[in-house]
Design a protein around this ligand. Sequence first.
Ligand SMILES: Cc1ncc(COP(=O)(O)O)c(C=O)c1O
Length: 395
Amino acid sequence: MPGALPSQHHVDRVARRRAGLAKWTKYGADVLPAWVAEHDLGQPPALRERLRELVDAGAFGYHYGDEPMVEAFCRWVGRRHGWSPDPGLIRPTTNVVQGVWASVQAFTTPGQKLILSDPVYYPFQDLGPTMEREVLRWNLVRDREAGPGEQGWHYDLDALESLLRAEPDARILLLCHPQNPTGRVLTAEQLARIVELALEHNVLILSDEIHYDLVHPGAVHVPTLTVPGAESCTITITSGIKTFAIGGLRCAVTVCGDEALFDRLARMPQNLLTVPNRLGCEAAIAAWDTGDEWVDNLKGVLDANRHRLIDRLGAELPDVGVHLPESTFLAWLDLSAWSPGDRPSTWLREHTNVACESGPKFGAGGEGHVRFNFGTSPEVLDEILDRLVVGLGEG
Ligand SMILES: Cc1ncc(COP(=O)(O)O)c(C=O)c1O
């Protein structure tokens, strides 16, 4: 069964620890991991076979793997997302964060302004200080107070318009689309308005779409670069690493909307732009060219897991604020009812032996929250939830 997901009912924890995966080794064997954004559900068989072939051949030398990788990427996004990027406008990079930093470097100078939307993938909080750019906030808005029926978070487009009018020097809008940690997925209409505003205010959209494959029933991922007019103001950075759990293999793409953007990015010193790892390219090609059915199965497991999470928390821990995520394997849990302090993940680990990420690292809106990874087998998820129920139930 080429598309089967053999690991969906069993995660071999001992093997994962022995393999030295950060997710399974950062904390002791008594802790169950729900922290780093990596799922435990394996890879398409063809990906592993290709890597095995390369290992057996000792094929670790210099290589010309980038172009076939870019072509495989275009085939994948064409089939899966109805998106036909021009391969000539794609710059392969080592990883997504590096593509973001390189773009900020290429398109702005120190002191210029970029916009972040908190709560957001926490490494982005380093952009301002490490690149000496001024950070403006267009934060997500919480829909309602924590408790049963929580609807999640949304973007306020009128607030973006006001911000851009008030800050004519803003140069970059960094979109996390789909959004980590809330799972929010922007609609075609919202993206059209964002593009319109970006064009009007001369802002470059950097669209991090790393979670694009994992959007659940009820929502649809619209690649920003498919929105009319986006070509001249958008760079999309993505990769297969979240879908296929291959973050250690280092391979990503930076997709420019037009030649002017591509040429400006290409003026960066090549050795700062860097290139992907060969094993990462080969893994991505194998996954993109054979992985459709496998990803459909993966999404089925994740969809069931997100409902399981919401149902169990609603029934057994109703004081946890949580909404059904539209995408990813990440849930954004509000533990404020327990006053978990400045480091909610540490507090939670001490009470439950479950490791999450601390909400305050994600910026405004993260107080009292943890980011919870449900990308694991249903069996491990249930064990994690059992621990939360016992540990928080006692609290
Ligand atoms: C939104 C987002 N961007 C980027 C990354 C990291 O990607 P990379 O390891 O390719 O830099 C992650 C990982 O969690 C992420 O969630």
